[in-house]
Design a protein around this ligand. Structure first.
Ligand code: ADE
Length: 222
């Protein structure tokens, strides 16, 4: 079973994430264990401080190394992958979700405030960014990473559902329809109604190429 430990200063942000829908079921089924750990509990500062002003000047507060070092060292086992969420990280891709779904134990460290002391990176295996925008902290990014991994674990959703995901084969997903056959003048394409699976597959593949070419030409170049 995969264990995911998430180090954060804002544990309540994870309440909804862990208590609804597919993630909730995955935890109940025992496909994954998720622990939310407040790394303030590890600070040796008598006032519970976990941050300080940056050397060299500049705005904002910086997370100090001690609480995060102690938390990671007490949680880490032999086969632990330690991941730091930061806008300066390597871009996160579906391919990595597949790789991480094979791990036994993952620690996700959520930064907050203006950043963290550079030395924290010495205990990290991978620095990851979820996109080219800056969020207020690593909490939402860590939920993104955890969600993308958990849905791939055995028995969480059916295999077929993720074989057709966008980004498998570097193509975006094809359009899908359900009942009714006509809604406000918009019709389901005839090809989907004729039961000819060869034609349906051909139509879907063409639609994938069309939308990928328009929106993500960078994926086609791969
Ligand atoms: N923390 C703040 N913004 C982030 C991003 N885009 N990715 C990962 N961690 C972050």
């Amino acid at each position: 079973m995969l264990k995911i430990d998430i180090l954060t200063l804002f544990p309540k942000m994870f309440d909804g994430f862990l208590s609804e829908s597919i993630i909730k079921r995955a935890i109940e089924k025992g496909s994954v264990e998720v622990n939310i750990i407040n790394f303030r509990d590890y600070t040796l500062d008598p006032h519970g401080k976990v941050d300080d002003t940056p050397y060299g000047g500049g705005s904002g507060m910086v997370l100090t190394p001690q609480p995060i070092f102690d938390a990671v060292e007490s949680l880490k086992g032999e086969n632990t992958k330690v991941i730091l969420l930061t806008p300066s990280g390597y871009p996160y891709k579906q391919r990595q979700a597949y790789e991480l779904a094979k791990e036994k134990h993952i620690i996700l460290i959520c930064g907050h405030y203006e950043g963290f002391d550079e030395r924290i990176k010495s205990i990290v295996d991978l620095e990851v960014s979820i996109g080219d925008y800056v969020l207020t902290g690593g909490e939402i990014p860590s939920m993104v990473i955890a969600d993308s991994i958990i849905r791939l674990l055995d028995g969480v959703i059916d295999y077929e559902s993720h074989m057709n995901d966008s980004f498998n084969n570097n193509l975006l997903d094809y359009p899908t329809y359900t009942k009714p056959r006509e809604f406000r003048g918009m019709k389901v394409p005839d090809v989907l109604l004729n039961g000819n699976h060869e034609e349906i597959n051909k139509y879907r593949h063409e639609e994938q190429l069309k939308i990928t070419k328009e929106r993500r030409p960078d994926l086609l170049e791969k």
